[in-house]
Design a protein around this ligand. Structure first.
Ligand code: AMP
Ligand code: TRP
Length: 329
């Protein structure tokens, strides 16, 4: 999917520091962050400004920002091959966001699916940030003139809006920004433990990557499997079973596992136990690195500071160009 993109393109993605990283984040997005850091000039951002639209606890914010940095580094981001930073450490993005709000019709924002969802689920805290959220996201990406954006499929509407905002700006002030393009993994939508809804922190159906082992085992053993398979001796339907689907990403022999289910040679409990073992084995090195990184908060902070410093020349150049084009300097 990325083969048609120019090799010199810049890659950017953002992730909220809003709690424990789950396998949906990894399979849907973070695996691509890691893969793309060698193909493009890659910039990854922990978007604390965005998280403020739903987290209002300063201590939690600080802690989760560090946890997210440790998680991304543990899963394979390498500060020597990409830039990792915290959104608020390069606050110029809020200026660009403001400028973008002036080319963005309110109707576009009111129609955004995530905004409508928040309006339904968070009615007591329907802050303005929730409405403007996609404008800040557009600014995030194009402040660095990035055009490659690895995300999960749930971000498709946001990315489309980013493209529209860029087009609106370019058509009013002249060609300035490339249109960002979403890049998906082999698992653009990972379902949760209920086997029905998208895996998501807000639904509470996640399999966390860095939780204690027994919690991960318990979570997997509690997963909903093939609802058509009532008795152990009934044949299974791997294409309908999220546990079977997840096996694709944690071993090469998943077709054999599926065959075991189809012929009722294996039961759902066996398949879940095996998934728990494989998943823990797969993440063991990352889990070790995570513990090590969390034990050294000063090192983490230094990596994030250095990341933000490195970006200053790019940001200054973009903002000078934009201010000039808009008649501000
Ligand atoms: P979030 O946790 O919502 O900040 O998401 C961080 C990244 O993970 C975004 O690129 C999402 O699109 C991606 N993501 C989150 N949940 C899933 C999921 N269930 N399946 C695939 N990708 C996901
Ligand atoms: N909205 C994204 C999410 O919830 C996070 C995000 C913020 C982002 N800025 C971005 C993603 C820029 C990609 C590019 O997951």
């Amino acid at each position: 999917m990325t083969s048609t993109l120019p090799a010199r393109a810049r890659c950017f993605s953002g992730i909220q520091p809003s709690g424990a990283v789950h396998i949906g984040n990894d399979l849907g997005a973070i695996r691509n962050y890691v893969a793309l850091q060698d193909r493009f000039e890659s910039i990854y951002c922990i978007v604390d400004f965005h998280a403020l639209t739903s987290t209002h606890d300063p201590e939690a914010m600080r802690q989760r920002t560090r946890e997210m940095a440790a998680a991304l580094l543990a899963l394979g981001l390498d500060p020597a091959r990409c830039t990792l930073f915290v959104q608020s450490h390069r606050p110029e993005v809020t200026e660009l966001m403001w400028l973008f709000t002036t080319v963005t019709p309110v109707g576009w924002l009111q129609r955004t699916p995530t905004y409508k969802e928040k309006r339904a689920n968070q009615p007591d805290d329907l802050n303005h940030g929730l409405l403007t959220y996609p404008v800040l996201q557009a600014a995030d990406i194009v402040l660095y003139k990035a055009s490659v954006v690895p995300v999960g499929k749930d971000q498709a509407a946001h990315l489309e809006l980013s493209r529209e905002i860029v087009r609106a700006f370019n058509s009013r002030y002249g060609e300035t920004f490339p249109e960002p393009q979403a890049v998906y993994t082999e698992a653009p939508v990972v379902l949760g433990t209920d086997g029905v809804k998208k895996m998501s922190k807000s639904v509470g159906n996640t399999i966390p990557v860095f939780a204690p082992e027994d919690e991960i085992r318990r979570t997997i053993m509690g997963m909903v499997t093939d609802t058509l398979r009532i008795r152990r001796t009934d044949p299974g339907h791997p294409e309908r079973c999220n546990v079977c689907q997840l096996h694709r990403f944690y071993g090469d022999d998943y077709e054999e596992i599926w065959e075991g289910e189809r012929t009722a040679r294996t039961g759902c409990v066996d398949t879940k136990k095996l998934l728990a073992e494989r998943l823990l084995r797969h993440y063991a090195p990352a889990r070790e690195r995570y513990a090590e990184l969390m034990a050294h908060p000063a090192t983490l902070d230094a990596i994030l500071e250095e990341g933000a410093d490195r970006l200053k020349p790019i940001v200054d150049a973009t903002m000078a160009e934009v201010r000039a084009k808009m008649g501000l300097r």
